[in-house]
Design a protein around this ligand. Structure first.
Ligand SMILES: [Zn+2]
Length: 216
């Protein structure tokens, strides 16, 4: 089987999605790109999370030609291919319709940076305009609007996180939903205090030097 390690990482990320209530039934997609070959591992379309195994995932080249796998790939494949092509720095993408983040998406509003966790995602989570599924429209809108953030919400649709690893994109997808939940509840009780740009940058500096285990 090709790209066993990447398959495993994409698989482990996929099963986190229902666990963290980011997806229901078949929705959501995870993909990862192999830095050496540029090949991509992606979820099959319309597949139950509780029956998924690493062997069910598809391997394709950067143009979408299937190299391994008999199932049909995610309906969101073209978005992922477009993002990988236009952002050589990213190696993992997660897409969900997580409900708290989508509450902002249906209002056409960004998710405000009301928690330090927002700083880790790049600050306020931008909102992308409505784009049709199944072509390059979503991908190009994401590239236009995401800026330096690792997450974006797309109007009337859902959340995309992009990162240097599949696992980090998965963590970010969970963080976006938590942030949206807190911002939403806070707005019900008053006017949430947004972090300033200086506070966001200060937190980013601290986070990058102090947080996490050293990589081996
Ligand atoms: Zn979607």
């Amino acid at each position: 089987m090709m790209l066993e390690n990447l398959r495993q990482e994409v698989f482990e990320s996929l099963i986190e999605l229902p666990k963290n209530r980011l997806v229901t039934m078949h929705s959501g997609t995870v993909s990862g790109r192999d830095p050496e070959t540029g090949n991509i591992v992606i979820k099959p379309t319309g597949f139950r999370y509780d029956r998924l195994t690493p062997a069910d995932l598809l391997v394709m080249d950067g143009k979408g030609k299937i190299l391994e796998g008999s199932l049909r790939p995610s309906s969101d494949t073209e978005t992922h291919l477009y993002l990988y092509e236009h952002r050589p720095d990213i190696f993992g993408i997660v897409h969900t319709h997580s409900p708290y983040a989508c509450t902002f998406a249906v209002l056409g509003k960004p998710i405000p940076a009301v928690m330090t966790s927002a700083a880790m995602l790049g600050g306020e989570i931008p909102i992308g305009g409505y784009a049709a599924v199944g072509g390059e429209d979503i991908g190009s809108e994401i590239i236009r609007k995401i800026g330096k953030c690792s997450a974006i919400i797309m109007q009337n649709h859902g959340v995309y996180t992009i990162s240097s690893t599949v696992w980090q994109a998965t963590i970010d997808a969970v963080e976006v939903e938590d942030l949206a939940k807190i911002a939403l509840f806070a707005s019900l009780l008053g006017d949430p205090i947004k972090m300033t740009q200086a506070q966001i940058e200060e937190f980013q500096n601290i986070y990058h030097t102090l947080y996490g285990q050293k990589k081996h």
